[in-house]
Design a protein around this ligand. Structure first.
Ligand SMILES: NC(=O)c1ccc[n+]([C@@H]2O[C@H](COP(=O)([O-])OP(=O)(O)OC[C@H]3O[C@@H](n4cnc5c(N)ncnc54)[C@H](O)[C@@H]3O)[C@@H](O)[C@H]2O)c1
Length: 345
């Protein structure tokens, strides 16, 4: 099998990490980068390992697509995802786009319709589906080892907030951050969230409130079989980047993220677990998952795997829960989550 030529649009915070992963993923022979800031694209290209794929920089996305790429990875800001996913689909190449599909569900639906009409192959970057802990939790639940679930608790806490300029365009804490928890909730349980009741608070940098976001939030979710789940998130977790999922069942309980790097200290005298150090960032916590996601995408493009990559309709279903949580946060009332209808799918 000949080696792939991949294109990557956007090499900012997460795109630079994708560049490093893609350039060293087996089966990738060439990587073409593009960024709205050409200097950034050149700098990222220059910093990639010399023993990885051949790396070059395109002038713009159209030039990148004309250069004969076999597939496109999109890691630009969320607002540009719809146009770049469309561009990749129209060029006839598979696309892996960072989450979310679009800033909100209303803007996502035309993208799903376009992908369905053109028969496009599009997957969305929900990397937790490739994380060893989340995969084990899903296996244990599906194997019946936990019995029926009486409670699910998911949390995502950043050690420190990203730049306020990023938060201003992120769609809010639920859409930017908890959407990963909403995705794994659906993926692991196989159930739909039917109602969300959310609250939020702002005790940190007042600028976060001024751009319309909260720094801490909580959503009580009811699944379609009556199971209850609580999803919490914060931008201020001094103990480190803390991502956990607890599945508590009638027969057993599993906890994702309960290893020596868990960003918490036991209050029990004499207990030395977890020994640390805690993860500092999402990039560190999910380094292995991002690499596995890149490898899965290469398999998908080669037609040899990639089944666990998140499909766009699943990503939008998770975004629908995030939208409902955001609406509940603003109205103070529980919000019903409507099922997804995609014309042409
Ligand atoms: N899966 C995850 O865990 C995860 C984590 C962080 C961010 N994200 C997602 O990744 C995306 C990017 O986030 P980020 O934090 O890296 O943002 P960022 O602002 O750091 O980087 C975005 C980059 O895209 C470039 N860009 C913008 N428009 C472009 C265009 N039309 N063509 C080419 N380049 C363009 C910008 O110049 C910038 O370098 C967001 O959609 C975010 O939701 C996902």
């Amino acid at each position: 099998m000949s080696e792939l030529h991949l294109g990557l649009a956007g090499v900012g915070r997460i795109g630079a990490m994708h560049a490093a992963n893609l350039a060293t993923t087996p089966g990738v022979g060439r990587l073409t980068l593009v960024d709205a800031d050409p200097g950034r694209a050149r700098a990222v290209a220059g910093g990639l390992p010399a023993d990885g794929a051949r790396v070059d920089v395109a002038e713009d996305v159209a030039a990148l697509l004309r250069s004969g790429v076999d597939a496109l990875v999109v890691a630009t800001g969320t607002a540009t995802h719809p146009e770049l996913v469309r561009a990749g689909v129209d060029a006839g190449v598979p696309v892996l786009c960072e989450k979310p599909v679009a800033p909100d569900v209303a803007l996502s639906l035309p993208v799903l319709e376009h992908v369905a009409e053109r028969g496009g192959v599009v997957r969305i970057g929900h990397q937790r589906r490739h994380d060893a802990g989340y995969r084990e939790a899903k296996r244990a639940f599906e194997a019946g080892e936990l019995g029926w679930l009486h409670a699910v608790r998911a949390l995502t806490c950043d050690a420190a907030p990203p730049p306020v300029a990023f938060l201003a365009t992120s769609g809010g804490l639920f859409r930017d951050c908890s959407v990963h928890d909403f995705d794994v909730l659906r993926w692991i349980t196989g159930r739909e969230v039917v109602e969300v009741y959310a609250r939020g608070s702002n005790n940190g940098d007042p600028e976060i409130g001024r751009v319309g976001d909260v720094d801490t939030a909580l959503a009580v979710c009811t699944l379609d079989d009556g199971t209850l789940a609580v999803v919490t998130a914060s931008r201020y977790n001094g103990a480190g980047h803390d991502v956990r999922l607890e599945l508590q069942g009638s027969l057993g309980t599993v906890v994702v993220g309960m290893d020596e790097a868990m960003a918490a200290r036991s209050a029990e005298p004499g207990t030395t677990f977890p020994a640390g150090p805690a993860h500092a960032t999402f990039a560190e916590r999910f380094a292995g998952a991002y690499r596995a996601q890149a490898a899965a995408f290469v398999d998908l493009v080669n037609g040899t795997g990639g089944e666990d990559l998140c499909r766009p309709e699943d990503a939008v279903a998770a975004s629908r829960v995030a939208d409902a949580a955001q609406e509940s946060l603003l109205t103070g009332a529980p919000v019903a989550v409507r099922a997804l209808q995609v014309a042409g799918a």
